[in-house]
Design a binder for this molecule. Structure first.
Ligand code: CMP
Length: 138
C-alpha cells in the first residue's frame, strides 16, 4: 500500500550542489515529493531532531554537522516507502553502501553521509511533523 517516508539531504550534499542530482534519483525511483523546503537548523533544533541519540558518543558532532549549513527536508510517497527508500540510500556507513545507492555516490563519511531516511512508519510521521505543518502535508 502507498505510504510515506521522511528524508533530508544533509549539509555536505547541499553545499556541494548535489540536491538536484539526488532529487532526480529519488523521483526516478518512483517516489512522489509531497513536501519540500530548504532550512538551516540551529544546533539546538538539530539536537531536538536527534534527541533519541542524545546519549551516543557521536551526538555532539552530529548536531554540529547538521547545523553547519542548509538542509533539504522532504516528505515522500510510494508503495512500501520506508523500506524502499532505505534500500535506495544504502548503508549508514558509506564504506558499506551498495553500488547504485545515493550514499555510495554522495556520502563522505559515517557522519557526512549525504541523506537521511526514516527507519519506520512511526518515525516518518514524527520527523515529517517536525519540519512540516499539517497544511503542507497534502
Ligand atoms: P541518520 O540515518 O540520519 O541518523 C542518525 C545519524 O547519526 C546517521 O544518519 C549518521 O549520520 C550518524 N551516525 C550514526 N552512527 C554514527 C557513528 N558511529 N559516528 C558518527 N555518526 C554516526
Amino acid at each position: 500500500t502507498t505510504n510515506r517516508t521522511f528524508t533530508m539531504i544533509k549539509p555536505d550534499a547541499v553545499a556541494e550542489g548535489h540536491s538536484g542530482a539526488i532529487i532526480k534519483i529519488i523521483e526516478e525511483a518512483g517516489f512522489r515529493i509531497v513536501a519540500i523546503k530548504k532550512v538551516h537548523l540551529t544546533k539546538e533544533r538539530a539536537g531536538q531532531f536527534y534527541a533519541v541519540h542524545q546519549e551516543r558518543p557521536f551526538y555532539d558532532g552530529l548536531t554540529t554537522y547538521m547545523s553547519s549549513g542548509p538542509i533539504v527536508p522532504m516528505i515522500l510517497e510510494k508503495d512500501n516507502a520506508v523500506a524502499d527508500f532505505r534500500k535506495l540510500i544504502g548503508a549508514t556507513n558509506p564504506a558499506q553502501a551498495e553500488e547504485g545507492t545515493i550514499r555510495k555516490q554522495f556520502a563522505k563519511s559515517m557522519e557526512a553521509n549525504a541523506i537521511h531516511g526514516s527507519d519506520s512508519d512511526e518515525n516518518a510521521k514524527i520527523e515529517s511533523d517536525f519540519f512540516f505543518a499539517g497544511l503542507e502535508q497534502f
